[in-house]
Structures are given as structure tokens and as C-alpha cells.
Design a protein around this ligand. Structure first.
Ligand code: NZQ
Ligand code: ZN
Length: 388
């Protein structure tokens, strides 16, 4: 049975090879002062920076740049960004990059007109914004997080060794996002597959919860099949526009709140992965892939029917002559083979995690109760050890 819910998506999307043209339609809606947010420089190498600057200038904007947003943006960088946006009296925060830039822009947006420390307020204490919010627009260059069409913002604090996400409401979601699959083609293969696994896991996190016959789970299955199919095409030929465009669109749908409507969700792989990320600063999607199999094997007995459905519907595992457990296990084996084929990290040690970090990572792991088994701390430690 579907639970009660409301559904609205506050972000307008422009998708396709010509989508950047629509920046000209969006810019006149905002004041003159634009903060251009970007990362470590990939947009300067691939030419996206020049195209965006030309459009901003043609629209008469005053531009201030806030570059150097790192993967897994930090609380210190956030404080710096708030100062830049404040000094420039920002009317629009335009993020050009991957999820890190989009997440960071949202965190800045709720902090510019707020006197409290942004980390303390939103990430340590999970308070909601009570000040004016500066509008955010995104030009996405990497498919994965879904940040382009959701209210999520994940910030890392190296001092406290925490990586925490706050899911903000409609008013913080990007006002518009521009998705040109061609912009993702300059991604190194490792980043591309990290993004692909992030997408896949977002779907799993929402799928592996509840046992009801739920329309969201059928949508999730369709998205998973598309991601698997197109990932295999894209690793062979990263220039395949059809595959890259399907991956980009699936990423958005995987985490724009649609497939979680009316059902419970899990998110424990993300909690484990984020805690590991706080200790290693590793690429987000790789932290997820490294903990996934030990976690799913651990919870499989508690959600056996769903894991069986996953095996037959997603991986085409034949049921004949097998027990439910054998079918479900065969599904996870297929998933493992796909993960190895696309080349994601299979162990936390590949990402710099060491045995002596396990207790700390376990302490930094939020335990949620939406999955098939509410873990206790000993189980968290066990799963982390198995992931090492
Ligand atoms: O910084 P630059 O030079 O741009 O390089 C980036 C970065 O090194 C590079 N890159 C991006 N687009 C490129 C490119 N390189 C060449 N060509 C391009 N077109 O890729 C690297 C990774 O970028 P990043 O933005 O960090 O990756 P991603 O999109 O995976 O974002 C990761 C962050 O998002 C958070 C993660 O925790 C992490 O902090 N998440 C946000 C979520 C949300 N808002 O809902 C949910 C996710 O589960 C996730 O937690
Ligand atoms: Zn993710």
C-alpha cells in the first residue's frame, strides 16, 4: 500500500545538446550579481567556462568567481563561499560542475543571510533555514548525485571527521538546472563509473525497503535496467551520446524524490559510505561500491523476497530448482560481476581506509531504520571489516 505523500519538484530542467542556450532565458529572472561557482578547473579545460562566461556577459551580469570547490566540499570552503557571496551581494549562485558544486551552492544559498555558522546550524544541528535564501542554478558536468533536481547538500568537516547531508526543502532546490550530456564526456573514466554506481545505489537505497506492490519499485526497476545497460555501452565507448544521455537522465530520476514516494527507504549504504568518506575523502560513488556487497549480503535474509525479485527482474536469474535464498544470492553475484566489469572499488582499503579507522568510521555512521534490518553497532563494525 502506498503511504500518504505530497509531490512537487521545484526545479526546471533543460536537457540536451542545446540546453545551455536556455541560460539566456533564465538569467533575466535574477538580479545583476552572479556568483559563478566551480571546482578544480575541469570547466576551464573543456571550454564550458568560456561558454558560460560569454552568456553571463551578454546578459549584462556582474560576475564574481568562487572556484576551487573540492570534491566532498568542506565546511571551511563553505564559510569562505558565504563571505564571497555576501561581499558580492549575490542575486544568483550559478554552480557549474558535479554534485559537489551543486551541493555547495545550496549550502551557501541558505547561509549568506544568516549569522550563525553554517556547519553548526545545518549539518551538526539539522536546523531549517529561517533567512532569505539566494536562488541557485546548476549547469551539470557530471551525472551521479541527482543534486541538480533535489534539495540535498552534503558537506564534510575534516576537523570533526564527519560528512553529513542535509536534505533541504523546495525553496533551496535549484531554480533551474541545465543538463547537456556532452558536458559529461570529458570526465575521466573512474569518475564516470563512480557516478554510475552512485546512481545505481540511489535506486537500490529506495528499492530495498518495504515489501508492498508499489509503483515506485517498478519505476526503480526500469531505471536500474537502463543504468546497467547504458553503463556497459559507456565503458566501451564513453563518447556514445545515447548512453551518456540515458545515464544522465536516469541519475536525475534516481534521486529527484519520485521513486521514494509512498514508501520507506533504506540509505544505510550511504551512511556507511559517507562515514568512510569522512575518514578517507574518497570519491563518493567508490565509497558506496566498497561497502555495498557486505551490507546487502548481511541484510538479504531479512528482505529475502525483495532480493529474490531483484535477482529475477533485474538480473534475469532463473528460479527453477533453486531456493529463494539461492535465487537472491545469485542476484547479488550478478551485481558483483557487473560492478567488477565497470571497474568500481570493491574494498575500502583501495580508498585508503585502514583497520585502525574502523571504530571511528563506525562512530561516524548514522544508523537509520528504514531498511530490512536496523543494524546495531557490532553489525556496523562487522560490515566495515568485511568491506575493508
Ligand atoms: O573539480 P573539477 O575540476 O570540476 O573536477 C571534478 C571533480 O574532480 C570532476 N569533473 C566533474 N565534471 C567533469 C569533471 N572532470 C572532467 N570533466 C567533467 N565534465 O569530477 C570530480 C568529482 O566531481 P564531484 O562534483 O565531486 O562529483 P559528484 O557529482 O559525484 O559529487 C559528489 C558529492 O555529492 C555528494 C557526495 O557526497 C559528494 O560530496 N552527494 C550529493 C547528493 C545530493 N545532493 O543529493 C547525494 C549523493 O548521494 C552524494 O552524497
Ligand atoms: Zn550517492
Amino acid at each position: 500500500m502506498l503511504g500518504n505523500f505530497s509531490y512537487k519538484n521545484a526545479t526546471k530542467l533543460y536537457f540536451g545538446e542545446d540546453s545551455l542556450d536556455y541560460l539566456n532565458e533564465e538569467l533575466p529572472k535574477y538580479g545583476k550579481n552572479v556568483v559563478l561557482i566551480y571546482g578544480g578547473g575541469s570547466i576551464k579545460k573543456n571550454g564550458i567556462y568560456d561558454s558560460v562566461i560569454a552568456i553571463l556577459k551578454a546578459n549584462g551580469k556582474n560576475i564574481v568567481e568562487d572556484g576551487g570547490v573540492m570534491p566532498n566540499p568542506t565546511a571551511d570552503k563553505l564559510r569562505e563561499g558565504v563571505k564571497i557571496a555576501k561581499a558580492h551581494n549575490a542575486d544568483l549562485l550559478l554552480a557549474v560542475g558535479g554534485g559537489s558544486c551543486c551541493d555547495y551552492a545550496k549550502a551557501v544559498s541558505v547561509s549568506v543571510h544568516c549569522d550563525e555558522d553554517p556547519w553548526d546550524k545545518y549539518f551538526a544541528c539539522f536546523e531549517e533555514p529561517d533567512c532569505e535564501i539566494v536562488p541557485v542554478g546548476c549547469i551539470l558536468t557530471m551525472a551521479g548525485t541527482g543534486s541538480e533536481m533535489n534539495g540535498g547538500s552534503v558537506i564534510t568537516n575534516h576537523d570533526t571527521r564527519q560528512k553529513i547531508g542535509h536534505v533541504f526543502g523546495d525553496e533551496v532546490m535549484p531554480k533551474f538546472s541545465i543538463l547537456n550530456p556532452r558536458f559529461t564526456m570529458s570526465l575521466p573514466k573512474r569518475q564516470m563509473v563512480a557516478g554510475i554506481y552512485d546512481i545505481f545505489n540511489h535506486i537500490c537505497e529506495q528499492y530495498f525497503s518495504g515489501e508492498d506492490d508499489n509503483v515506485s519499485d517498478y519505476l526503480a526497476e526500469a531505471l536500474m535496467k537502463s543504468v546497467i545497460r547504458n553503463s556497459l555501452i559507456a565503458i566501451e565507448n564513453p563518447e556514445d551520446y545515447e548512453a551518456r544521455s540515458n545515464i544522465m537522465w536516469a541519475a536525475t530520476w534516481a534521486l529527484n524524490t519520485l521513486i521514494s514516494r509512498g514508501k520507506t527507504t533504506d540509505w544505510m549504504v550511504h551512511m556507511l559510505g559517507q562515514a568512510a568518506g569522512a575518514y578517507t575523502d574518497a570519491t563518493h560513488g567508490m565509497t558506496l561500491s566498497a561497502v555495498s556487497l557486505p551490507y546487502y549480503k548481511h541484510i538479504m535474509p531479512y528482505g529475502l523476497q525483495k532480493f529474490k525479485r531483484f535477482a529475477t527482474e533485474i538480473w534475469g536469474v532463473g528460479a527453477e530448482g533453486k531456493t529463494d535464498e539461492e535465487i537472491a544470492s545469485a542476484g547479488l553475484l550478478e551485481m558483483e560481476q557487473w560492478m567488477r566489469k565497470i571497474g568500481v572499488a570493491m574494498h575500502l582499503s583501495e580508498l585508503g581506509a585502514t583497520e585502525d579507522m574502523i571504530e571511528g568510521i563506525a562512530d561516524a555512521t548514522f544508523i537509520l531504520d528504514g531498511g530490512y534490518k536496523v543494524l546495531d553497532r557490532a553489525e556496523v563494525v562487522q560490515i566495515l571489516k568485511e568491506s575493508l
